[in-house]
Design a protein around this ligand. Sequence first.
Ligand code: ZN
Ligand code: ZN
Length: 389
Amino acid sequence: MFLLAPMHTHAISAQCPACGLHELVAVQLRRGRDGIWVQADRTARFRPRIKTPEEGATIVQIDTCPVCFGAWFDSGELDILAADLEGIESVVSPESRPSKRVCAHGHGPMREHELPAVIPTPLDRCGLCGGVWLDGEERKKLARASTSDGQGTKTQRWFKRGAIWAAQVLTQLPVEVDNPARGTPWLVFAALTLYLVIFGAQELGYIDTYYYGLVAGRLKHEHDWFTLFTYMFLHGSWAHLLGNAYFLYTFGDNIEYMFGRIRFAVLLVLAGFVGGGLHVLLTTKTALPVVGASGSIAGVLAAYVWAFPRQRLFQVLFWVQLKIPVWVYLFVWVGFHIVMGFFARGEGVEGVAWFAHLGGFAVGITLTPLVLATRRRAVARRVAVPAVV
Ligand SMILES: [Zn+2]
Ligand SMILES: [Zn+2]
């Protein structure tokens, strides 16, 4: 069945009804003859831009939140996307509860409906216009629900896995692969370059690591306060540098976008500074120098965990798609520092500056709710339909 969906002639100007952290962004999805949905208006790096739409291709425009992955479907749009389910709007249960979310067209609070046997969580529907809001998590469950049942042969199961993968990619497309609403994380790139250049200078002997490192005992006696700032730009080894760079690169872009450049810079420096201060106050190894951006990155990780607690990072390793929950990264990060600490023994650089990490983490946890509240107010001011969050 090929049909051309009614296209929006207008873009919705509404705040995300779920997280409130972004206005909804229009995304065109296009289903080819192979039945796979792709983003029609994407300017992908991996796939050539589609010049002429295939004849008979189904195109549907949805409005999605690039922060929480939730999506708004005008009446009828969801049916087209969920073609192998039988008309999603006909299977919603008639009973409903009041919802905290508001309709993207300005019709006020929606109603929560159960969707029996499809997804375990309710969805929000506007009684007036029939628009449906699906949370990011619900959307992913829906993508799985349409493909994941049945047993079959091994080959069939593999094909099914491919279909599930395609469905998951579809649900991720507007946000993680090619998000038109997200800029380049210039500050992350700048910080990475700075760390690299400074480490090069350390290796070549232009920068005295011990002099600019943070030594708790020395700071207490000689009051070399500048080391509270300088220590965070130095690193102890290539592995230390690359590990920190990986985590900053992975989590920093989202937080830079979320915070804005100035607040993100404040987060990096303040987390490093407070982390260093806490280390000076509490460490017992007062003679050993501490270096590294780990306090700053602890702040970024804390901000990420606070802002996206249920987020899974989509990673493709050797053509295998992996979705890794954030808490796994936290464990890996702690493990990375334990290993670093083990190998750094005897080099005069302290193994793991736990208090510096703790201080940085505390800064991230404290700043993030304030920044998010400010952001929600700013988004509400610039859209036609603000959401009550
Ligand atoms: Zn949202
Ligand atoms: Zn409505």
